[in-house]
Ligand binder design. Structure first.
Ligand code: DOR
Ligand code: ZN
Ligand code: ZN
Length: 347
């Protein structure tokens, strides 16, 4: 197949360090099928899917079922996160040894690990079994402070999800000066807007917090641009469910904010593809053989509004439909095969 990319930019496929696919158990919000179709439309080729499904992904059997489903679907590459504790509870740990061969990411989400003993066990296991432990950090700054202290005492591989406050960023900036293995991510919505009346966790913060996050991107303290894609039905949103449906708007939101702040496209690509690849141990760039590529073709000059009503995602919960954004995904390839084409038939 010949593709004319004249005037457009070819980038490495985006790797989302943090999303919610709702499968199994909340299929009325999203399924793996609709989630991955939406992700491909957004330029995402690899997804790290959180474990707050029903049942919670807290054992090898349910985790394997999701991996099998993703393989049969043959859309995005799935990295399925395992919970740290059984049913996200406060006492019983997941069997790390049996789950580890199926994933290298462990996290509770929606709820944080409040019990410090559990956090210590998780950190120690992350060293022993070589996996990445995500901390969900809610309440944010106090918990990150505790987690950094525990990381200092016990070692481990720690990634801090969706940071939204200047205070949190400052803690991570200091931690990175020490010999600690810590990384962190932002979401599109926290760097795009502040003080918005829309339910999401962490909540929209102040304008100075938002500016601090953008500075944290510029000076390299923030490693990764995630999505925290969190689809919810209209009814659940009315009942107060937190979350924003991000896959189909994330690239345009990030690109718009980066451009407005004079941050180069190379930096965006690093934070959307290279940094998550490295952090997830996908060893980008080390492959010498001819290898089927994950790529995304983007139009950086496209400017317009993206209407959540047009989302492929099963849910439409996104408050940014009125915003003029810049940047559009035209085509997404996974392992050398076109999986999304803006001009083509639905694949
Ligand atoms: O806004 C959020 N939505 N924050 C979370 O921590 C969980 C997520 C969800 O699962 O809906
Ligand atoms: Zn979260
Ligand atoms: Zn999340």
């Amino acid at each position: 197949q010949e593709i004319d990319g004249q005037g457009f930019v070819l980038m490495p496929g985006f790797i989302d360090m943090h999303c919610h696919l709702r499968d199994p158990g909340y299929e009325y919000k999203e399924t793996m099928e609709t989630g991955m179709a939406a992700a491909l439309k957004g330029g995402y080729t690899t997804l790290v899917a959180m474990a707050n499904t029903n049942p919670v992904i807290d054992n090898a059997v349910v985790l394997k079922a999701n991996l099998d489903k993703a393989e049969a679907l043959d859309q995005c590459t799935l990295i399925q996160v395992s919970a740290v504790t059984k049913d996200f509870g406060d006492s019983e740990l997941v069997e790390f040894e049996t789950v580890r061969p199926l994933t290298r990411v462990f996290s509770n989400d929606g709820v944080s690990i409040l019990n410090p003993e559990i956090m210590i066990q998780g950190l120690k296991a992350s060293t022993k079994l070589d996996f990445l432990l995500l901390t969900h950090c809610q309440p944010e700054t106090a918990l990150v402070q505790r987690d950094i202290a525990l990381l200092e005492e016990n070692g481990g591989h720690l990634h801090v999800c969706h940071i939204s406050k200047k205070d949190t960023l400052d803690l991570i900036r200091e931690a990175k000066k020490k010999d600690l293995d810590i990384s962190c991510e932002v979401t599109p919505h926290h760097i795009f807007a502040s003080a918005m009346d829309y339910k999401v966790n962490p909540p929209f913060r102040t304008y100075p917090d938002r500016r601090a996050l953008i500075d944290g991107i510029k000076d390299g303290v923030i490693d990764i641009c995630g999505t925290d894609h969190a689809p919810h039905s209209e009814e659940d949103k009315l009942k107060g469910a937190p979350g924003i449906n991000n896959f189909e708007m994330a690239f345009a939101m990030y690109h718009t904010v980066f451009e407005q702040n004079g941050i180069e496209l190379e930096k965006l690509s690093e934070m959307m593809s290279d940094a998550p690849a490295k952090r997830l141990g996908l060893k980008a760039g080390l492959i010498k053989e001819r290898y089927p590529a994950d790529l995304v073709l983007v139009d950086l000059k496209w400017e317009g509004k993206i209407n959540p009503k047009d989302f492929i995602s099963k849910s439409k919960n996104n408050p940014f439909g009125g915003e003029t954004l810049k940047g559009k995904v035209l085509m997404t390839m996974v392992k050398g095969e076109v999986k999304y084409d803006v001009n083509g038939p639905a694949l």
